[in-house]
Design a protein around this ligand. Structure first.
Ligand code: ADP
Ligand code: MG
Length: 472
């Protein structure tokens, strides 16, 4: 029956949509009316949940009417119900209620399924893009050592008038909350003010637009509209997924750049590490100006914080934060601009709710969880190598060596995979730490293990266990 559900998904949503979102969807368990499905990434999970959940449920119910709920999980993370101990029996995917699933008769006619997703598609096909946030302008962006290059490039691109484009594409990358989106919106505002036709799209929006255009056979019109603009801004391109959409993404970027239109892109990683993208697209993205925004130093954090406090005081004139508290907050919250904003909101909420001034003590309480939560354990590559080696009865130097026997290759690849998913190290860096290997070797290992985890549940559990041991 699961195979039938998948076949119907494919038939109803079309080959492209299916390949982009559902090809890697798997049924894990069915119990008490809930079908638990899994996908390999959190992004796929949230995409399916926000756009296709009703549709999937509809199709499921047509095959097995006792299914009342669908749950989507991410493979390789804990399911709500875990076996008591590693190695304990897993709920078998084909026992119990699923047996009944197989017994259900012929599929209900397609028309019986409500086309829930349709209502949203009209709006999604239009090209107004994602709206710009009025607050995110160049004027409200605080420039410091870690972002001055990115800021300067962004300003130049947005104010550029004459022929052709400046740096094409301008590619900004940085970790979460370091101001990428802020700068992109700043570019959008400034370019619009000078009369240029600008579209700002998040990766989701870009993909959604294409998916719908493909569905309604209007892909050509969509593309033409995209290519008719002066400036295309794409945010979070690391999320662009799916073969056909990646190809369209590549075509769109190429067409715009070739036509001398400006393209600006932001991502959480450099173009060389957009592993899902085609090599040619990656090198095109790397072919303009690539700028990294660094972490916020203390001075920049203090400046962002005071700018934010000043902005809040416009609406709340009685809201006072002493310099001492501000310094404490800027020291305590080191991670990113988003958390600094969060801290200001907490302080404000505290002050307005209790009607009291913000003391050091209330500040500490108000932001405690922000401080704590943002300190995930740092996992060292060396620890990964040691743990994996001991688990597979080899030595750490075997893992770093040139040896190619299966007994060493597999733990080595698992250790590389874990290094990629558990640390922020880049592929070349990981390669260096594994006895000076090339980044393509690391990439190969990561892909291979990812694939094997998908196919081999025992290995999946094994790797999951290693992950937990490292994270605890
Ligand atoms: P990213 O897109 O890199 O994840 P954002 O641009 O969304 O980060 O920034 C997160 C928050 O921090 C936003 O509210 C943004 O306005 C603020 N922020 C980040 N950097 C700066 C900066 N240099 N000046 C002012 N605000 C900043
Ligand atoms: Mg962003």
């Amino acid at each position: 029956a699961w195979a039938r559900v998948k076949r119907r998904l494919r038939a109803e949503l079309g080959e492209d949509v299916y390949a982009s979102w559902f090809a890697r969807l798997e049924l894990e368990t069915v119990s008490a009316g809930t079908a638990r499905l899994t996908v390999p990434t959190r992004f796929l999970k949230s995409w399916i949940e926000s756009h296709y959940l009703d549709r999937v449920l509809g199709i499921f119910r047509a095959e097995a009417e006792e299914i009342a709920r669908i749950e989507v999980g991410v493979r390789g993370t804990a399911a709500p119900v875990r076996p008591a101990a590693p190695g304990a029996a897993k709920p078998s995917p084909v026992s119990g209620p699923l047996a009944r699933l197989h017994a259900v008769g012929a599929p209900t006619p397609v028309a019986a399924i409500a086309p829930v997703a349709e209502a949203r598609s009209a709006e999604a096909g239009d090209l107004s893009g994602t709206p710009l946030d009025a607050r995110l302008t160049f004027a409200s962006f605080v420039v410091g050592r870690s972002n001055n290059l990115a800021h300067a490039a962004a300003e130049r691109v947005s104010r550029h008038q004459g022929e052709g484009a400046l740096y094409n594409p301008l590619y900004l990358h940085a970790g979460v909350g370091l101001g990428k989106t802020h700068l992109l919106h700043g570019i959008g505002h400034a370019a619009r003010e000078s009369g240029r036709r600008v579209i700002y799209l998040t990766a989701d929006r870009f993909m959604y637009g294409f998916v719908n255009a493909l569905k309604t056979q209007s892909a050509l019109a969509y593309k033409e509209r995209l290519r008719g603009i002066d400036l295309l801004i794409l945010d979070d391109v690391q999320f662009i997924q799916g073969k056909s959409i990646q190809a369209e993404f590549g075509h769109t970027i190429n067409a715009l750049i070739d036509a001398g239109r400006q393209v600006v892109v932001a991502s959480d990683r450099p173009p060389t590490e957009l592993e899902a993208l085609d090599e040619r697209v990656r090198s095109r993205l790397a072919g303009g100006l690539v700028v990294e925004i660094g972490t916020l130093d203390e001075q920049l954090r203090v400046s962002i914080l005071s700018a934010r406090l000043a902005a809040v005081r416009v609406a709340h004139p009685t809201f006072e934060v002493t310099p001492q508290v501000a310094t404490y907050v800027a020291r305590a919250i080191t991670a990113n601009g988003r958390d600094l904003e969060g801290a200001v909101n907490r302080l404000l909420a505290h002050a307005t709710l209790t009607g009291t001034a913000v003391t050091m003590e209330t500040a500490e309480n108000a932001i405690r969880d922000l401080v704590k939560n943002r300190e995930p354990k740092r996992i060292k590559i060396e620890d990964i190598q040691k743990l994996v080696a001991s688990r597979y009865n080899v030595s750490r130097s075997d893992i770093l060596s040139e040896r190619r026997t299966a007994a060493v290759v597999k733990p080595r690849q698992i250790a590389m995979y874990l290094s990629k998913v558990l640390t922020l190290r880049s592929l070349p860096e990981i390669g260096r730490r594994f006895g000076g290997r090339d980044h393509t070797t690391v990439l190969h290992a990561v892909r291979k293990i990812e694939k094997q985890i998908g196919e081999d549940a025992v290995l999946g559990d094994e790797v999951e266990l290693l992950k937990r041991m490292l994270q605890d």
